[in-house]
Design a binder for this molecule. Structure first.
Ligand code: SAM
Length: 334
């Protein structure tokens, strides 16, 4: 993927920020609750004195002990998550734009007729692909695009931006609940399933991976990406004595309800243990500091951001994000 041609638009521009200076990156602060600092405050989180937001697990309105697993609790946690995610987008918006750059290249390379996008967030990948279609050849880049999104506000945005493009469908629900509907919507089967930046947020990754297994057919390419424990910024925090271990969950991880921090080895393990065969794996974007501090670097030009993106591809062990493109193993001959 590192050799694919670049798309023309800079991610800074794609986010609506001026090209000249990333100091203009919109820095918004999430509401936080004052409390004694913990040992990772000041790194990958809010300023000292903040604690993670989150809906504590406990009895739901019906009085059931939820452990975070009842329908109501899941929906509540998700809408809380979506509000936090949207309010504190900041540097994440830059990473999303580079994720899209890489995935648009993947779509151009593989020319899938049917794509499933699991968890589209604030900016659906399909929009970046449609934008590419509008400016480039070959065209069109897909025939059918199915988005699975449980959060109503994200699903509404996806539907609104798809507009009259009848190739795009939004299925509202958690992928583990709606996998059957996704399969029937795909008809002949999905050629590509994209699940970016979601796996680490699930308490039990196997729930998501078994849903992806149900959706994937024998020829489907499945792309999954997660943040990397081995990222340069985590190694720097450890070298500075701010964290003891690069796998330590940060304040930001807690705030965004992220349960796991994978390195390349543990990421490969969780995927292969779930029955997938990794065809290709890699990394993207070398992030020097945590999001909070990246947003404050005054000289993040588009050229520098592009360079960091390329560097992450060259050095996947150090990249901010890691990904795997996988398939299900061919069935045993009878
Ligand atoms: C961190 S965002 C990632 C968004 C986008 N894929 C990206 O790479 O920027 C995670 C998304 O997954 C959605 N999500 C959370 N749990 C999900 C589940 N069980 N099934 C499908 N989507 C889910 C969230 O609502 C959110 O839109």
């Amino acid at each position: 993927m590192g050799t694919s041609p670049k798309v023309e638009a800079s991610p800074v521009a794609a986010l609506g920020h001026p090209q000249s200076s990333a100091a203009a990156i919109d820095i918004r602060h999430t509401a936080t609750v004052t409390a004694p600092a913990d040992n990772v405050v000041g790194w990958d989180g809010d300023p000292p004195g903040s604690v993670p937001l989150g809906i504590p697990e406990g009895p739901d309105r019906a009085g059931n002990r939820t452990g975070g697993h009842s329908q109501e609790s899941r929906a509540e946690r998700l809408s809380h998550y979506a509000a936090t995610y949207g309010a504190d987008y900041g540097f994440e918006g830059v990473l999303v734009a580079y994720r899209h750059r890489m995935l648009v290249d993947l779509v151009r390379e593989h020319r899938p007729a049917t794509v499933v996008e699991v968890g589209c967030g604030m900016e659906p990948l399909v929009d970046a692909v449609r934008q590419r279609e509008a400016t480039g050849t070959p065209c069109p880049l897909f025939e059918k695009w199915v988005i699975v999104e449980p959060d109503a506000s994200f699903a509404d945005r996806a539907e609104a931006s798809a507009g009259r493009d009848r190739r795009v469908t939004v299925i509202r629900g958690f992928v583990e609940d709606v996998a059957g509907e996704v399969v029937s919507r795909c008809g002949q089967g999905a050629d590509l399933v994209v699940c970016s930046s979601l796996l680490h947020e699930l308490e039990d990754p196997d729930v998501l991976l078994s849903a992806l297994r149900r959706i994937a057919g024998p020829t489907t390419l499945v792309h999954v990406s997660v943040p990397n424990a081995g990222s340069l910024h985590r190694r720097l925090a450890r070298a500075m004595g701010m964290i003891d271990d690069i796998h330590q969950l940060s304040e930001r991880n807690h705030r965004f309800m992220q349960h796991h921090v994978y390195d390349r080895a543990s990421f490969a393990d969780v995927l292969t243990n779930a029955g997938f065969e990794i065809v290709h794996s890699g990394g993207a974007f070398a992030k020097l500091f945590d999001h909070h501090h990246m947003e404050r670097v005054p000289f993040l030009t588009p050229e520098l951001l592009d360079g960091l993106y390329e560097l992450g591809q060259e050095l996947p062990d150090l990249a901010a994000e890691i990904y795997a493109n996988m398939r299900l193993p061919a069935p045993e001959p009878r």
